[in-house]
Write a protein of this length. Structure first.
Lengths: 147, 80
């Protein structure tokens, strides 16, 4: 059983994470990557800056992985979330789940991303093609900064 | 007593700082501490009932604070 989580400031290496969970007992290994998308809410995006309440984010991410194992019975979970300025197409989160059978792997992967969206204290500021920047909430809507 | 309020993202920008030391009477609740922050310059943009954490754990508005506590005001999270 492998449960590992990390908040990192380097590119995410999905192949390495999948290799970390390679085990002949696992009939299913599932990888999820969240990427920086080029358009949000109709505006051209050039990059996203991720920040976090670091110490709490590390605790919450570990808690989410543990909760995923409890809720779904999955045996192996790795979650890495990246911080810093990410360019288009770069991955901000990697979730790898593995289990003897696929159902638990799928359920755990979905559980993790939904919990991350609810409770991981991480924020993102989108950088737009017109040079402006705005903080964005979990629903993808930019919030105008208070005057 | 003194409580350290931590601010992030748009909230930190509004305050011009990522932390504020609050001098509060003993037994102050999270809600009262948030009200104190909202009355400060830059605080008008804080919601009345923001998501908060005390000493790294999500907390409720009714929780009482102790001297030395770290009160984080959590903007809408946007990880993933």
């Amino acid at each position: 059983m492998t449960i590992r989580t990390a908040i990192v400031r380097r590119p995410l290496d999905i192949a390495a994470l999948m290799a970390e969970l390679h085990d002949s007992a696992n009939g299913a290994t599932l990888a999820f990557l969240g990427h920086v998308r080029d358009v949000n809410d109709g505006r051209a995006v050039t990059g996203i800056e991720y920040t976090a309440y670091g110490e709490m984010a590390e605790r919450e991410l570990a808690s989410i992985a543990s909760d995923a194992a409890t809720a779904t019975g999955v045996t192996d979970v790795i979650i890495e979330h990246r911080l810093g300025v990410l360019a288009l197409g770069e991955a901000s989160i990697a979730i790898v789940t593995a289990h003897a059978h696929r159902d638990a792997a799928y359920a755990a992967s979905r559980f993790v991303i939904e919990e991350v969206k609810k409770r991981l204290p991480v924020w993102k500021r989108e950088h737009y093609a017109d040079g402006s920047r705005e903080w964005v909430n979990a629903h993808g809507v930019a919030t105008r900064e208070p005057a | 007593m003194t409580v350290t309020a931590l601010l992030f993202a748009s909230y930190a920008e509004a305050f011009g700082s990522d932390r504020v030391e609050l001098a509060l009477r003993s037994g102050t609740t999270v809600r009262e501490a948030v009200d104190a922050l909202r009355a400060m310059p830059g605080g008008a943009g804080l919601p009345g009932s923001p998501l908060v954490a005390v000493n790294l754990q999500y907390a409720t508005a009714d929780q009482r604070l102790a001297s030395g506590d770290e009160l984080a005001i959590i903007p809408p999270v946007a990880g993933g």
